[in-house]
Design a protein around this ligand. Structure first.
Ligand code: PLP
Length: 363
């Protein structure tokens, strides 16, 4: 006798977490903030620790009210979740079921295909264009009567590319109103283009747009699990039905509110991460690697067959990255010390290959 397996589960790819770093190494594999939490955030969380015998406020009313005021939307449209990955799942469950199609660009956030399958829906992956960016025309062309939701990851993980305001506006206008467009802005704080199309503005202008934000990346709260969605009323209502009760802890809600109150301090850190990202990009380019211009907190190197080689050069230098074998390596922006390590690793490998070339020449 064997235990039952739910039909369809065999098609669900397992999520692969970024590799842990050995002691003393730089963990640039999960796009986390390299900075420890702000003292004010730690203090706020510590202050609430004595209350963890109680359930959290399931509606996260205080946090949602603050977010609603900031974006000037009705609090009923704001939903919190245990990370925006939970919210992505809620949104899928809210609009799609057995056999329905959910579309996204590929490569993009690795969680999308599994979340879609778990909902019983069918993932439809539309290849990125030659510039590693969303091919919006191809996404529109791939719409079928079964399409229920389209994710646009902006900036895109793992390539760091952005869709500008005009292109996104045209895209959203071209998608029929009975399909939900979800703009996943996990990395929006790191964008430095002047043409970025903010998801919230599209949300205001169109009836079929939802926006996903997380406290995991720019706000440095990946370990506490909290994010939020802003969605049309009927979708937000159905998201709440799909949510797991009490998924967002009081400590996470507290940390999120303390972070919103400390945004000036966080902005300085975000600027540092952006500066190190641009430095990382320049170092890779100078070393002959095809680094793609990035507006996120990481750099994508479409190294193709040389993916394993780049991964191991960096690993030998004490830097753990996220490699997609045969495609490329995603390297998170870190502290200046982290990127110093990348610089040293690239220099060491240049010296090593110099030596081996000379050795070959003398053989
Ligand atoms: C990291 C990430 C998220 C957010 O994850 P959390 O669940 O909030 O930690 C969402 N979308 C993308 C594209 C990401 O890379």
């Amino acid at each position: 006798m064997t235990l039952p397996t739910r039909a369809g589960l065999e098609a669900v790819p397992a999520y692969r977490q970024g590799l842990p770093a050995p002691a003393g190494a730089s963990k640039l594999s999960s796009n986390e903030s390299p900075h420890p939490p702000l003292p004010s955030v730690v203090a706020a969380v510590q202050d609430r620790l004595g209350g963890i015998n109680r359930y959290p406020d399931m509606s996260a009313a205080a946090l949602r009210a603050e977010l609603a005021a900031r974006y000037e939307v009705d609090a009923a449209l704001v939903t919190v979740g245990a990370g925006s990955v939970e919210l992505a799942a809620q949104l899928i469950h809210a609009v799609a079921g057995d056999g329905d199609e959910v579309m996204f660009a590929w490569r993009s956030f690795e969680a999308y295909p599994s979340l879609i399958r778990i909902a019983g829906a069918v993932p439809v992956a539309v290849p990125l264009n030659a510039e590693h960016a969303h091919d919006l025309d191809a996404l529109v062309a791939a719409i079928t009567p079964r399409t229920r939701l389209i994710f646009v990851c902006n900036p895109n993980n793992p390539t760091g590319t952005v869709v500008g305001a005009d292109a996104l506006e045209r895209f959203v206008a071209a998608v029929p109103h009975d399909i939900l467009v979800v703009i996943d802005e996990a990395y929006v704080h790191f964008d430095r283009t002047d043409s970025y199309g903010a998801g919230i503005e599209l949300f205001r202008r169109h009836p079929h747009v939802a926006v996903l934000h997380t406290f995991s990346k720019a706000y440095g709260l990946a370990g506490l699990r909290i994010g939020y969605a802003i969605a049309p009323a009927e979708v937000a209502g159905n998201q709440r039905k799909a949510a797991i009760p009490f998924g967002v802890t009081d400590l996470a809600q507290t940390a999120a509110r303390a972070s919103l109150a400390a945004e000036d301090e966080l902005a300085v850190r975000i600027d540092e991460v952006v500066a190190q990202r641009d430095r990382l990009n320049a170092l890779l380019t100078a070393a002959g690697w095809p680094a793609a211009a990035s507006q996120a907190n990481f750099v994508w190197v479409p190294a193709g067959e040389r993916t394993a080689a780049l991964e191991s050069v960096l690993r030998d230098g004490g830097v753990v990255t996220r490699a997609f074998q045969g495609e490329g390596v995603r390297i998170s922006s870190g502290s200046s010390e982290d990127i110093d390590r990348v610089e040293a690793a690239l220099a060491a490998s240049a010296t090593a290959s110099d030596l081996s070339v000379r050795k070959e020449a003398t053989v």
